[in-house]
Ligand binder design. Structure first.
Ligand code: C2E
Ligand code: CA
Ligand code: CA
Length: 754
């Protein structure tokens, strides 16, 4: 695929080399001819070669496609001037010397304009480029003035000698401009490097030429012949493919071009030199101080601008480092600083410090439904609303994601409560999403308050507010939770439990208890047992599964714990089936956490546990909560389908508490629905409860699921109503509390004996 361009590249490189070689041969031949026969044919050859080379110089860049043309026009015109001059001098040999000189000097001047324009174009809108270019030009002029013009005028030099000094002076200016240009490019452009090299050669030649004119006239002709090589060099530079790179490039960063190094190099040194050479004549007395003054003013302006730019960019980067780019609020690190400062100040005063954590509820849902752009937009609106609800001295920060934090000075808890009320009220009116839709953001708020007497640092305050917010989330009552001693205690216990959980799993400190699931007439037959984990922590005593399951999920230990539960459950059921064969083909129903389902090894784990216990797969039921299945990944659904194909029964647990029940049910491959305890609890007490339950059951049946299990059945009335409604399965304290496997076995044997 790539060998065609490679071949073309190779051919073009060979072509370039051939041209250079030919040019070299031509230049050498004509130079020799000129040296040997200076006034005859050699003269014409010389002129012809010079014209050819300069034509290449002035046309190549345009043919190579350099842009913009107005920047390159002076270069082309300069070439045209040189060609005119050569034609007048060498081809039409009787032209007046003034024509030759004027066109030549004009060509030089156009080159200066070209390099200046190029520098300005490359610097685009960067006024430092313009200042530097002017400074470099003035500096070069001053240098030439001091080292050439003044000594020539002061010494034995003729006016012609002074005229000869103009060429090296211009060379020097061009050289300075070209070096300045190459510094601005921040990358190597061979065309420009060759050009700088040739300008150096030209400077040497011009100096030697001037010297030869004054001191060694016999060297004038051979030196003149050498100019052909300089012209060849110009042609090579301008014909090089890299010449097109001499244009504006967005990659050229501002960093380098803003540095005034070139300026200092080309201005300070001539200025110093200018003061060390004695003044000569009145023109010098005026010209020199003027040039030095111009230079110093330029240096002053340039340095002032550089300082301003630096200060500006410093301020910008300081702001960037302290603020959140999305909302413009303080970010996490500056929040920390602010809080530290406030706590220190308030500890010496009489005001308390409140830290309020705000978390937007269900924000993931916003992003999933309307996309992240809408989510970002909504966050900005929330930030604006919250900011408007605060007092002038309060600090608002984005703590990441959909969390915000407020730091405020408050006298007491009542004031802090008033503040959180104002914050919640600010979001009561719906926000606008995607220009048309309205969405009300609800927030969960947790707060911590430090009074001047409390010795607490910023980190601890943030932790407290965070704990309070988690508690508020867990309570789900929509009330603000303030951090207090009780919360401190429970969070300490949580922390201790968290520390011990991994060891507890490794040491298998967990047991499963079994609770019967009944079916048949009057729910008199046990069809399965639900396995419920129990942890009796050696020091702290029994820990609720709601607590340790949540912790294991948070700490990433749920896979190990889930596997332990599955193994224990299967082993327990296998023992029952073995020791009490009368129970028949009963099953065990095991609770599964979302993180477990995401694990690719989950299916295999279930199969392994059943196999090791010697259970058929249809004796294993899995209880999966409906909320966790709302945003199920395709591979999770596939895993569930796979297990079902192998006989495993899948239940939706706690049905009726989530919000996406219908869509979940429609999408999910499930066998069974377990109605939440809250739907059963009021049966027999309220008329409406029966109607509600009947409606939910009708809904589930309409989706083709007939296996409905009611959990939390505590009274005989409830059981009667359920049976009456046609609910086939039930579970609850009425039929049996969760009990250790041994107890289940002994009560089964007892029943058998009776
Ligand atoms: P769940 O799956 O909804 O389990 C039913 C809970 O209700 C159990 O609480 C059970 O003891 C209780 N219960 C049973 N019958 C009645 C009744 O008639 N009245 C009342 N008031 N309650 C009844 P438990 O054992 O405290 O378990 C709480 C939760 O912990 C479970 O809720 C389940 O989500 C989770 N869990 C328990 N074991 C495991 C497990 O092995 N893995 C996972 N992932 N979660 C588990
Ligand atoms: Ca369950
Ligand atoms: Ca349940």
């Amino acid at each position: 695929m790539s060998h065609v361009p490679a071949a073309r590249q190779f051919r073009s490189r060979c072509g370039t080399r051939l041209c250079i070689a030919l040019g070299f041969v031509l230049a050498t031949a004509c130079a020799v001819a000129f040296t040997v026969d200076a006034f005859g044919l050699g003269h014409v050859f010389y002129g012809g070669a010079a014209i050819v080379l300069v034509t290449v110089f002035c046309l190549s860049p345009i043919l190579r496609g350099v842009r913009p043309l107005q920047v390159w026009a002076p270069q082309t015109l300069a070439g045209a001037c040189f060609i005119l001059s050569f034609t007048a001098n060498y081809i039409l040999s009787d032209s007046p010397e003034s024509v030759v000189n004027t066109t030549y000097v004009l060509g030089y001047a156009l080159l200066v304009v070209w390099l200046g324009a190029l520098a300005v174009h490359l610097g685009r809108q960067d006024e430092s480029t313009i200042l530097d270019t002017i400074a470099v030009t003035v500096g070069a002029l001053l240098l030439v003035w001091v080292i050439m013009v003044v000594p020539m005028a002061a010494g034995s030099m003729q006016p012609r000698g002074v005229a000869l000094g103009v060429y090296p002076a211009t060379d020097l200016t061009l050289l300075a401009l070209a070096v300045n240009l190459s510094r601005r490019l921040h990358r190597t452009v061979p065309a420009l490097q060759v050009f700088i090299l040739v300008l150096t050669l030209q400077l040497g030649l011009d100096l030697a030429y001037a010297a030869a004119h004054l001191f060694a006239p016999e060297w004038v002709r051979p030196l003149l012949a050498c100019y052909l090589f300089a012209y060849l060099g110009y042609a090579i530079a301008a014909g090089h493919p890299s010449v097109v790179e001499l244009q504006y490039h967005p990659v050229d960063d501002e960093r380098g071009s803003r540095r005034p190094t070139a300026l200092i190099l080309f201005t300070i040194s001539p200025a110093i030199l200018a003061t060390s050479v004695p003044l000569y004549g009145s023109i010098d007395a005026i010209a020199r101080p003027t040039l030095v003054t111009v230079l110093l003013v330029l240096v002053f302006v340039r340095l002032t601008r550089t300082m301003q730019a630096l200060t500006g960019s410093e301020a910008r980067s300081r702001h960037r480092a302290a603020h959140d780019p999305l909302t413009g609020l303080l970010n996490r690190s500056s929040l920390f600083e602010t809080l530290t400062r406030r706590l220190g100040r308030n500890a010496r005063g009489s005001s308390g410090t409140a830290v309020v954590f705000v978390d937007c509820d269900d924000f993931k849902h916003v992003n999933d439904t309307w996309g992240h752009t809408a989510g970002d937009d909504l966050l900005r609106q929330v930030a604006t609303r919250l900011a408007a609800s605060l007092a002038p001295g309060d600090a608002l920060a984005r703590h990441g994601g959909d969390e915000f934090v407020v730091v405020a000075d408050v006298p007491d808890q009542a004031a802090a409560l008033a503040l959180t009320d104002r914050m919640r009220a600010s979001l009561r009116e719906p926000l606008v999403v995607n220009a048309r839709r309205e969405h009300t953001v609800t927030i969960t708020v947790g707060a911590a308050l430090a009074l001047p007497t409390d010795e607490v640092d910023a980190q601890e305050m943030l932790r407290r507010a965070d704990v309070a917010m988690y508690e508020a989330k867990a309570r789900a009552t929509g009330q603000v939770v303030f951090f207090d001693e009780a919360l401190a205690e429970s969070s300490r216990i949580r922390a201790t439990l968290g520390d011990r959980l991994a060891t507890a799993i490794a040491e298998e400190q967990f047991r499963v208890h079994l609770q019967p699931i009944r079916g048949g007439a009057a729910f008199d037959t046990t069809l399965a047992w639900e396995a419920l984990l129990r942890w009796d922590e050696p020091e702290l005593g029994p820990v609720s599964p709601e607590v340790f399951i949540g912790l294991a999920e948070e700490l990433g230990l749920i896979r190990e714990l889930g596997e332990l539960a599955m193994r224990e459950a299967c082993a327990g059921l296998a023992r029952i089936r073995r020791e009490c064969p009368r129970v028949g083909d009963v099953a065990v129903s095991v609770n599964v956490s979302p993180a477990q389902l995401l694990d690719p090894g989950f299916t295999e784990m279930v199969r392994r546990c059943a196999r090791e216990a010697g259970l058929p797969l249809h004796a294993v039921w899995l209880e999966v909560t409906e909320t966790m299945l709302v945003d199920t990944a395709p591979h999770v659904l596939e895993a569930i389908r796979d297990l079902r194909r192998q006989g495993v029964i899948v239940l939706i647990d706690d049905f009726g508490t989530g919000y996406a029940s219908l869509s979940t049910l429609l999408r999910l491959p499930v066998d069974d629905v377990k109605l939440d305890r809250s739907l059963v609890a009021r049966l027999g007490q309220e008329e409406a409860a029966t109607r509600q339950l009947a409606a939910v059951m009708a809904l589930v049946r309409s989706l083709g699921i007939d296996n409905i299990l009611a959990e939390g059945v505590e009274t005989p009335d409830q059981a009667v109503i359920l049976e009456h409604l046609g609910c086939p399965l039930a579970q609850g304290w009425l039929f049996g509390r969760p009990a250790p496997v041994d107890d289940v076995i002994s009560s089964l044997s007892h029943d058998a004996v009776r």
